[in-house]
Design a protein around this ligand. Structure first.
Ligand SMILES: *Cc1c(COP(=O)(O)O)cnc(C)c1O
Length: 381
């Protein structure tokens, strides 16, 4: 469906802007004289009839569209915004016919696994899991799968899939290859350019960036797919909130700066953790010791802000680290300005992980103070 405001990108000089940093700031605005410089939250269910916009669940709102325009331009496609990341994931699974074959990575966001398992139990589709780095396995799976869902880097083991090779494998014309781009973000990876049909991100994480909203974005190039995703949003009522969309746009404005700082912090912390005697193993795609470092270097513009590391000793040793940090918050989720740490095997459905694995989402704080906090929490006694 067409955008409904005279203020959208097609009328604007946005086409001349190619850098992500400038697009994040310039896109999603109404440039007509007298318009507010920032698109306000529009808490409207319905609109005065006479244009294509009648009811927001069907036709969207200017606030959602600001978010959709920004992400769409960043990823080179059309974006549909949802009430949460999982609502966006569900809309992608909604495209499947009964009896479809779904392939998921062995290391994958637990909500996506839960959704896929539920559909499998109900007999809607069959489900297979593949190791993230089993490139040959994924290439083979492409020949008969209907939905190939990749997550790269993966959560929480941070394995990088060879997305380019997998995307170039022959797949059924009706198949969808989707990439969960939440950990990489549109700034480090553009899945549609790599050959994916669908790029998904939880906007709750880096786009929002402040742990104060839930939203999801799904980006595609095909018009029919975009229409089908919008139809799914409409019929399932998976609509983003007005305030959440406003906050997600506000977050997007500073995303490049936040990512740059947090990513630089993460590299420094990963190296120091790697050298720390109380740390058994660090998983960070930027370290040359990381098993998929060379693919990461080739495929990603940056290595991201998430580090997983195993503390020497059992679960209790890792729990102790979480209880001792003070600048870093003991909390779940990721991609925000504040650093958070969590023991992942403590979470239902994640028992396959090493018991002492901690996932650290590095924020934008002073890196020396972050390190002091971590080093103090890792002390022996
Ligand atoms: C958070 C997350 C999701 C789900 O998004 P919500 O906004 O929490 O619904 C999906 N995939 C990944 C990798 C995530 O981190």
């Amino acid at each position: 469906m067409k955008n409904k405001d005279a203020s959208t990108s097609t009328d604007l000089p946005l086409a001349k802007i190619s850098s992500a940093e400038s697009l994040l700031v310039a896109a999603g605005r109404d440039r007509r004289p007298g318009a507010p410089l920032n698109r306000p939250p529009v808490p409207a269910s319905n609109f005065i009839l006479g244009t294509e916009r009648a009811y927001s669940r069907d036709d969207g709102t200017p606030t959602w569209e600001a978010l959709e325009e920004i992400v769409g331009l960043l990823e080179g496609g059309h974006t549909v915004a949802f009430s949460s990341g999982m609502a966006g994931v569900a809309a992608v699974f909604d495209q499947l016919r009964v009896g479809a074959q779904v392939v998921l990575p062995d290391d994958c966001y637990q909500g996506v696994v839960g959704l896929a398992e539920l559909g499998n139990q109900k007999g809607l589709w069959s489900l297979r899991r593949l190791a993230v780095d089993d490139t040959a396995g994924w290439v083979r799976a492409c020949t008969d799968a209907d939905l190939i869902w990749l997550e790269s880097p993966s959560n929480p083991l941070l394995t990088v899939a060879d997305v380019r090779t997998i995307c170039s494998a022959t797949r059924k014309p009706s198949a969808l290859l989707a990439i969960d781009n939440t950990f990489a973000t549109s700034l480090n990876q553009r899945p549609l350019d790599l050959g994916a049909d669908v790029s998904f991100q939880s906007a709750t994480k880096f786009i929002g960036g402040h742990s104060d909203l839930l939203a999801g974005v799904v980006t595609v190039r095909r018009d029919d797919l975009r229409a089908a995703l919008r139809r799914s949003r409409e019929l399932n009522g998976a609509t983003p909130g007005a305030l959440e969309s406003f906050l997600a746009v506000r977050g997007a404005r500073t995303m490049a700066l936040r990512l740059e700082r947090a990513q630089a912090n993460a590299m420094i912390l990963a190296e120091r953790l790697h050298a720390h005697p109380r740390v058994a193993l660090v998983r960070y795609p930027g370290l040359s010791s990381h098993p998929t470092h060379s693919v990461a270097r080739d495929q990603l513009k940056g290595f991201g802000t998430i580090i997983s590391f195993d503390v020497r000793g059992e679960a209790a040793a890792a729990d102790k680290v979480c209880s001792r940090v003070s600048l870093i918050h003991h909390a779940t989720s990721l991609g925000a300005v504040e650093s958070t740490i969590e023991r992942r095997a403590g979470i239902p459905g994640q028992e396959h992980l090493p018991p002492s694995l901690l996932r650290l989402s590095v924020g934008i704080e002073n890196v020396e103070e972050l390190w002091e906090d971590l080093a103090a929490a890792l002390r022996d006694e």
